[in-house]
Design a protein around this ligand. Structure first.
Ligand SMILES: CC(C)(COP(=O)(O)OP(=O)(O)OC[C@H]1O[C@@H](n2cnc3c(N)ncnc32)[C@H](O)[C@@H]1OP(=O)(O)O)[C@@H](O)C(=O)NCCC(=O)NCCS
Length: 174
């Protein structure tokens, strides 16, 4: 598996992944404008991701973050967003790292590997304690987080929301 930024040739496959994950309520193509707009030029979207990564023009409710796709045998199998810091929303709900695997590629250990790699990247970015969250009902994701060494701090509850909040102290790459 390689984790890499999206590039100019990924448009069709990435949009397909975005559609596939919509039924999970998961935004494959995260977008700091709110939601990904297929009618806008792909290059503009890629530029927005690049500015988010280097901390330029970060909207008020967002933080600098690194967006990478996971590629296996030439196919995009998932993606990860690594937030360089937390804000109030991320501290309670979103966490430092958000990941997703396309339905056709699940239960093969890809999410486990994506989180493992993302933790090392977070550590390299200077995040010593990484918050990773998931819905209380998301058994697969809580397994992934616990396998990565996640220690449950609490379950944040508000209205119908129940979010498991885990902390992980990643090691620097061996
Ligand atoms: C959660 C998600 C990332 C898991 O991806 P994945 O590549 O299938 O995960 P892995 O194969 O690395 O491991 C998942 C673990 O959960 C188990 N699992 C997978 N689906 C499961 C399910 N529906 N119910 C219970 N356990 C499940 C697997 O058997 C595996 O456990 P094991 O290591 O003990 O065998 C994927 O289902 C997904 O993208 N879901 C939608 C988006 C999402 O929820 N993202 C996480 C946000 S916090």
């Amino acid at each position: 598996m390689i984790l890499r930024p999206l590039n100019i040739d990924d448009k069709a496959e990435a949009i397909q992944a975005h559609h596939e994950m919509a039924p999970d309520g998961f935004d494959f193509l995260l977008d700091s404008t709110g939601s990904y707009d297929e009618t806008a030029p792909w290059e503009t979207y890629l530029q927005r991701l690049a500015s988010l990564q280097n901390g330029e023009s970060v909207p008020e409710s967002w933080v600098p973050s690194t967006f990478l796709v996971a590629e296996v045998d030439g196919q995009i199998v998932g993606r990860v967003s690594i937030r360089h810091q937390l804000n109030e929303f991320l501290e309670t709900r979103g966490g430092h790292i958000g990941y997703g695997v396309r339905p056709a590629f699940r239960t093969r250990g890809h999410a486990t590997e994506i989180l493992d790699r993302a933790l090392k990247i977070a550590r390299e970015l200077g995040v010593n304690r990484v918050l990773v969250t998931c819905d209380d009902a998301n058994v697969a994701s809580s397994k992934v987080i616990e396998k990565a060494g996640g220690v449950l701090e609490n379950i944040f509850e508000e209205g119908d929301e129940k979010i498991r909040r885990y902390w992980i102290e990643p090691k620097l790459s061996e």
